[in-house]
Design a protein around this ligand. Structure first.
Ligand code: NAD
Length: 512
């Protein structure tokens, strides 16, 4: 354990007796089935976590319902105070939790730390928000009447999260939901359950310290079957689900059938347009981090580069030369740039995408492949690859969760924008240009159709202050900053008559 993993786990408080689903400090024991968490960094078993069964699910939901009855009556700024302390508790364990995230998920230690920092940031944001859950007041058309709207807590928020941001996505939802007066039931990815247990421990300790009921923060360990229980459960008015488009369609349908609310954060197929007016230094650096960061396993990873023909060859050769300098290896070792994919299935998908792009006529600029030998024993390390391709290729239309970058050539900007928009997904997009006309055209109503559109910044690495999410098959949900909190509350319009008569709206007469 040269990276001190065991010490870090101990510092967070992870012990063998608390590796299960939980409504708080008392961990609910459940069925015998255990879920093993292996590190893609070295293939080692980190821990086994208890899988939850339907009975555990029921007890967690019951606890959550009870907790909501109390929590919704705690004044929002006081709820904010507790979230502030959760943020502080995260500050204390930032290095240790960042290490666990890196080891369990395979992202670099720097990115693991960044993910915990994002959690701290959203807690700070939520503290401020707890005093700003504003409703509007309106002028009534009737004399002696007043109208206003208020935002009330919604109830239980179900959170289903993906493996690639095993902790941040939870906090984007949970920190806002808590200040809004909701309670959370979180099902982390079955590929990174231990990071989930760590977060639950940290939050539950803070709630307990304040004498708050158990069940404000709940963790449930399981796979898609627990996710299905949540989607169909009318006791969960909002299901916030992050993951593949395939999963989102199933969750959206199940929640829609019971007319619940879903907030979907699904796959992306993000492109950077590099125009002839780009600062190529910035463009290459932005594309490089966007394409290979987190080994291509971010929803906002740059998957396509749409390059103007006059700079195409230069961009291609500079990128290819940058790729030769990438060091691939254990994500906890800070000299490495690129870590492993999450598991062997992901490696298979990567290899099959490479086969497909070639079969469709793509040409290798930087050839891919699986790495073997010392340091690569887990079998999850692959080479970041670049292929020249066309936008209409079936594989280019598809999100492959791996570091494969497609180069596409264009001549006019309208053509580039049409290519950028010409995929089923609509998450993140960027243009590299120093020309104001090009930048503004890209940001206009006829420009990028994505939820995120950047200028001279890559497609990944969003800040928590803005609303995060995308259009089309990305699911339409918005999380994190701006007014994303409104999804976690119910709006109530109130009309108050303080006059001595009862006039009807629209001047309708109804006299007896
Ligand atoms: P995944 O869809 O395999 O799993 C995500 C979560 O959904 C897991 O917790 C899983 O157990 C659960 N799940 C699977 N099937 C379900 C079902 N039928 N009902 C309910 N729950 C179900 O995704 P993954 O491989 O963990 O993550 C990668 C995907 O997530 C990529 O497509 C990526 O783009 C996407 N993602 C999107 C965002 C975003 O904000 N838009 C952020 C991170 C990841």
């Amino acid at each position: 354990d040269s990276f001190g993993i065991i010490q870090s786990l101990q510092k967070i408080g992870l012990k063998s007796e608390n590796l299960g689903s939980s409504t708080g400090q008392n961990w609910l024991k459940s069925a015998e089935t255990m879920l093993s968490s292996f590190s893609p960094a070295d293939g080692q078993l980190i821990a086994q976590v208890q899988f939850s069964d339907a009975e555990t699910y029921e007890s967690i939901l019951a606890q959550a319902q009870l907790a909501f009855e109390k929590w919704r009556l705690v004044p929002a700024p006081q709820r904010g105070e507790i979230v502030r302390e959760i943020g502080n508790a995260l500050r204390e364990v930032k290095a240790d939790l960042g290490k666990l995230v890196s080891y369990e998920m395979g992202k670099s230690y720097q990115e693991g730390l960044g993910e915990v920092q994002e959690m701290i940031d959203i807690c700070d944001f939520a503290v401020g928000l707890s005093r700003q859950l504003y409703g509007l007041t309106m002028h009534s058309e009737r004399p002696g009447h007043r109208m206003y709207e208020q935002w009330h807590p919604l109830g239980i928020v179900g959170i289903i999260s993906a493996f690639n941001f095993p902790v941040a996505v939870w906090s984007w939802n949970a920190a806002l939901a808590w200040v809004c007066g909701d309670v959370c039931v979180w099902k982390p990815s079955e590929k990174a359950p231990l990071s989930g247990v760590a977060c639950q421990l940290i939050a539950a300790r803070v709630f307990a310290k304040h004498g708050m009921p158990e069940g404000i923060s709940n963790l449930i360990i399981g796979d898609y079957r627990i996710g299905e229980l949540m989607s169909h459960d009318p006791r969960i008015p909002l299901v916030s689900a992050t993951g593949s488009t395939r999963m989102g369609k199933l969750v959206g349908k199940a929640v829609g059938e019971r007319l619940g609310r879903s907030l979907l954060e699904l796959g992306g197929n993000n492109a950077i347009i590099i125009t002839e007016n780009a600062d190529l230094e910035i463009a290459i650096r932005g594309a490089l981090f966007g394409a290979v960061g987190t080994a291509g396993q971010r929803c906002t990873t740059t998957r396509r580069l749409i390059i103007q023909e006059s700079v195409y060859d230069e961009v291609k050769s500079r990128l290819a030369s940058a790729y030769t300098k990438l060091v691939i290896g254990n994500p906890l070792d800070e000299k490495n740039h690129v870590g492993p994919l999450i598991d062997q299935d992901a490696v298979k998908n990567y290899l099959s995408a490479i086969e497909k792009v070639k079969a469709e006529g793509g040409k290798a600029v930087v050839e891919g492949g699986v790495l073997s030998g010392e340091g690569y024993e887990s079998g999850c390390y692959v080479k970041p690859a670049i292929y020249e391709a066309e936008n209409h290729f079936e594989i280019v239309q598809h999100e492959t969760f791996a570091p494969i970058l497609y180069l596409i050539k264009y001549s006019t900007l309208p053509e580039a924008i049409a290519l950028q928009n010409g995929v089923p997904q609509g998450l993140s997009s960027a243009i590299m240009t120093t020309h104001i006309r090009e930048a503004e055209a890209f940001l206009s109503a006829a420009g990028s159709d994505c939820g995120i559109a950047n200028v001279n910044i890559g497609t990944s690495g969003a800040e928590i202050g803005g609303a995060f999410g995308g259009e089309k098959e990305t699911g339409g949900g918005r999380e994190s900053g701006s007014d994303a909190w409104k999804a976690y509350m119910r709006r109530q319009t109130n009309t108050i008559n303080y006059s001595t008569s009862l006039p009807l709206a629209q001047g309708i007469k109804f006299d007896i």
